[in-house]
Design a binder for this molecule. Sequence first.
Ligand SMILES: Nc1nc2c(c(=O)[nH]1)N[C@H]1C(S)=C(S)[C@@H](COP(=O)(O)OP(=O)(O)OC[C@H]3O[C@@H](n4cnc5c(=O)[nH]c(N)nc54)[C@H](O)[C@@H]3O)O[C@H]1N2
Ligand SMILES: Nc1nc2c(c(=O)[nH]1)N[C@H]1C(S)=C(S)[C@@H](COP(=O)(O)OP(=O)(O)OC[C@H]3O[C@@H](n4cnc5c(=O)[nH]c(N)nc54)[C@H](O)[C@@H]3O)O[C@H]1N2
Ligand code: SF4
Ligand SMILES: [Mo]
Length: 901
Amino acid sequence: MNAVDPHLHATRTTCPYCGVGCGVLATPDGNGGAAIAGDPAHPANLGRLCSKGSALGETLSLDERLLHPMMRSDDGEMAQVAWGDALDHVAEGFQKVVAEHGPSAVAFYLSGQLLTEDYYVANKLMKGFLGSANVDTNSRLCMASSVAGHKRAFGADTVPGCYEDLDQADLLVLVGSNAAWCHPVLYQRMLANKQTRGARIVVIDPRRTDTVGDDDLFLGLKPGTDTALFSGLFAYLADNAALDRSYIDEHTSGFDDALVRARTIAGSVVATAKATGLDEIDVATFFQMFKATPRVVTLYSQGVNQSAQGTDKVNAILNCHLATGRIGKPGASPFSLTGQPNAMGGREVGGLANQLAAHMGFTPVDIDRVRRFWKAPHIATHEGLKAVQMFEAIGRGEIRVLWVMGTNPAVSLPDADAVRAALSKLDLFVVSENVRSNDTVNAGAHVLLPALAWGEKSGTVTNSERRVSRQRSFLRAPGEARPDWWALSEVAKRLGYGASFAYTSAAEIFREHAALSAFENNGNRDFDIGGLMKVSDEAFDTMAPVQWPVREGTTKPQARFFADGQFYANDRRARFIAPEAPELRTQVSIERPLRLNTGRVRDQWHTMTRTGLSPRLGQHIPEPFVDIHPDDAAQFGIVDGGHARLTTDYGECVLRVIVSERQQRGMLFAPIHWNDETAGFARVGGLVAPITDPFSGQPENKATPVAIVPAAFTQRGFVLSRIPLEMPFGVQWARVAVTGGVGYLLSDSTDVETWQNWLKPLLGDDAAEYEDVGQGVYRAVSFKDDGIETCLFIGPTEGALSWDAVKELFAAETVSDDQRRTLLSGKSADGAASAGPIVCACFGVGRNTICDAIAAGAGTAAEIGAKLKAGTNCGSCIPELKRLIATSEAEPDQQRKVAAS
Ligand SMILES: Nc1nc2c(c(=O)[nH]1)N[C@H]1C(S)=C(S)[C@@H](COP(=O)(O)OP(=O)(O)OC[C@H]3O[C@@H](n4cnc5c(=O)[nH]c(N)nc54)[C@H](O)[C@@H]3O)O[C@H]1N2
Ligand SMILES: Nc1nc2c(c(=O)[nH]1)N[C@H]1C(S)=C(S)[C@@H](COP(=O)(O)OP(=O)(O)OC[C@H]3O[C@@H](n4cnc5c(=O)[nH]c(N)nc54)[C@H](O)[C@@H]3O)O[C@H]1N2
Ligand code: SF4
Ligand SMILES: [Mo]
């Protein structure tokens, strides 16, 4: 089943990160690693990969992996146990609590990073056999508002368009999407369209991100005001004869009411500008462009979904596309960009608490249909609790047993401190994981079940354009790791449901899932892959990426939905929705004068359990930070490069400061990635308000009222080590992978002696130390064999050394005598300047090298590319290259200063 021999030829598989769903060719090296390349035959990427995908080979180490089932004993220690014992314990726990407290006292919390087959089995077990719909997923934090918006408008959760639309559009509107960093391969596709066909790009985001190109229209609106912008657009289209009247009349309902509402929210360009904080001229330009361009794709992501009015934002966008009939046509469609590799697969199986299965809901007819198909003894008859409410119910003791699979809620849910506290109250807390340690595991898990990871697991995922692709194993299952579907099926057997969970392969589960999608479908449900329900094991193994629907008996592919106006409501019409006027549900105040926006950086993935292992990816942005506008920084006494303490009603953290004009006044931005495993005091999820959208239940992750004050530290430094180390308490630290080990960036206000005492047990016989007592500088290096084993550099914050030169020596296997002598100076032995922080992750090109090339005459990103290759693979760093060129023109010395900080 999972005893795959490592075959040394390339395996076609799919990237485990974002929803673009790029095809990957993985060639195992026979030692547990693999060479990674883009799959030229995969329609999502045609051979391209972004920095994260390219670095997948650096994330395959088993060092941090959970390889055996573990159980907490009575003395609180985790100990390895046999699979059978762990599974017995889990089954008994579920059985006992269901018997005593009913099925609503148990829950699963799943993930858009599971395979469809894992997801299907989990959903079937909980909703069909345990009798509860308490199955929710991190997709609640991600896609739920799009799902709810689609269902309200289309009668089904359908993504109408496909990636080819991005090549064919003349106008690409990105709303709340930083695609340059979060969907890089698709973003490159959009840029190619811009370059070859002249497509225009509009970016709607409170921050000027790297997604905004020089000649793009950037609408830096006030947070949460997207509904006003698209209401204004709707009214403008109506007032300027831009409607598709026949489409509206024949295929939709609710137009008049929705238009009346749009007019009350923002009935003119002037009113729209006022409601959004934008310039009238920019609003008018955008409206005019949208009106004049039939081929328009509006792409939206977390700036839309993660909002207390996310569903209304989605519908405000869909209204404009329905009103112009620009839906499901080549180059003309709304397009929800999905986050995770299998966000879509989760929706297909019904992994959300308010779905049943296969795009069916909790209507009597659907419940009966799914019950008969599954031969389910205890079918759930009503919706379960959505993520935020689920964890609140855990906190109140109403849910007593929880199985978490493939997600790290102690980091990623809002009000994450409360989540952690809730987890510690569970009677039984089961975690299926790839890693031995993360914030959720450490929040008091009773049972840990080792799951196969990417490269080992095998099944299917569905990307943003409804394309089902295979993830294939190319590495042997390590230790006792097993597929998630296997662990679920084993528990089901122990609960007495063996006959319904007798799966022996992912292919078998996939066939059942496909059969359910077609069961009594008759064209009434969009999700139908009945054409695949008889796929043989061999055909499943070689299955090429395929877009749904794949209806039985039809061979004609269907790339798009709804150009024909046939929707999925009973009357087959789409609905215009009248949204509420935008109004943030939290208020800023004197105590909390700013709003905290949160999101992603280019080279890290979520809670860093995988990208955090890649030295290449650790170089772009090595520590957590907060972006602040210069005027706000001045007002609150915050300095660039210093630290600041952020406080909300829910929690606190301390972050390094970046003062930037790209940030709008009144708002801060902090990345979500760092957590208690990878930093001290930087778990941003602890700050976020647990306010949710009334329709989707999705939390508003992007606008929590916050206070900021300076946090000054007297010392700054770093540690490089072959193995992870525990930092002294109270230190502000951030950990990233470096070549050959781990690196910690440190800030604190203790003294040199504290660090000397901390280091003492780590310094071996062969060590060199340097101390300048007057200056408060201490540097120490311990050697093993011919290389560096551990080193610590600490000194006053002012004038602190960069770690680049030392990192280069740490990476080398042997350090020469000359290098040893100069090491403690922080300079490289040959006196050459270091490459500086890496800008181009694909080719490892540093900022200093790039600045030298600019100084030597490279005046465009293309010229830098020709000289250094930087920016010529995934292209994600091109905006940064352009910025470096612009800054060096303005102020030639500025770059060196930045690089030295
Ligand atoms: N590098 C990287 N890529 C990823 C991921 C990752 O962790 N790292 N995660 C994947 C996942 S799961 C997801 S969901 C996607 C997310 O992809 P994106 O949605 O593109 O990423 P975010 O950074 O969360 O947020 C997008 C933007 O929304 C903006 N925003 C905030 N408030 C508002 C608002 O009120 N209106 C508008 N219009 N914009 C607003 C933010 O400023 C931010 O720039 O990325 C996927 N890709
Ligand atoms: N403030 C704020 N919070 C956010 C967001 C935001 O923008 N702002 N974004 C939200 C969004 S969109 C998302 S998607 C979430 C993501 O947040 P999470 O889902 O919590 O983050 P991950 O780090 O992806 O967690 C995945 C975990 O599953 C494990 N894993 C990976 N593959 C498998 C597998 O096959 N089986 C098993 N059993 N385990 C596996 C990994 O080791 C890791 O621990 O964060 C959400 N939280
Ligand atoms: S864009 Fe990057 S992260 Fe997303 S699927 Fe492609 S290679 Fe993976
Ligand atoms: Mo997501």
